[in-house]
Design a protein around this ligand. Structure first.
Ligand SMILES: [Zn+2]
Length: 193
């Protein structure tokens, strides 16, 4: 009788171990397909190697020299907030692929002319096709007049003098003015480089 119980216990133990192995394999496959887009962990490992061998394209990060120029024109400018807006914009434009990832966003230039100011960002992104593709994009975020508004539409509330595009104060009497022409920020350009 004792031997019979021992045999049952051994069988039950073996079945338990087999079930555990089966369960772990299934979990590993699910994990593999969730994170690497393939059910085969070896293929996923090769994929990672390829991704490492294909180095991310370098970004032209000039934040240290560009940001002070931007802050001179826009004292309240919040670079962290704007970078999050750039990420949201990229996600909206390029994020249709489920494996889309944004690796880095940098501020690389600030361009000024008489009618607008443009912040040039660069972003390193990737997504999986045959293998993981690394790509670099230029994004322009532009502060410009609303459509149909002329640059001479605003005048100083104190002396009536004409205000120019980027004036923070009246050039004639020095009165501080806030966004007299109602310029707005908008994304104007997205291109792979
Ligand atoms: Zn004035």
């Amino acid at each position: 009788m004792g031997k019979w119980i021992t045999a049952v216990l051994i069988l039950a133990g073996a079945a338990g171990i087999w079930a555990a192995i089966f369960y772990i394999r299934k979990k590993l496959r699910a994990y593999s397909s969730l994170f690497f887009g393939t059910k085969n962990l070896m293929a996923a490992a090769q994929e990672l190697n390829q991704a490492v061998e294909d180095p991310p394209r370098s970004l032209n990060a000039c934040e240290g020299s560009v940001l002070p120029q931007v802050l001179r024109d826009f004292p309240d400018f919040d670079i962290g907030l704007v970078k999050r807006q750039v990420q949201d914009y990229l996600q909206k434009k390029l994020g249709s692929h489920p494996s889309f990832q944004i690796h880095r966003v940098v501020l690389s230039a600030y361009e000024k002319d008489s009618l607008q100011r443009t912040l040039v960002f660069q972003a390193a992104v990737s997504w999986m096709e045959e293998k993981r593709l690394q790509k670099r994009y230029d994004i322009h975020y532009t502060y410009a007049l609303p459509q149909g508004v002329s640059a001479v539409a605003a005048s100083c509330p104190n002396c009536g003098g004409n205000l120019g595009f980027g004036d923070l104060e009246c050039p004639y009497c020095g009165t501080r003015v806030v966004n007299p022409l109602k310029q707005t920020w908008a994304f104007t350009h997205l291109q792979e480089t």
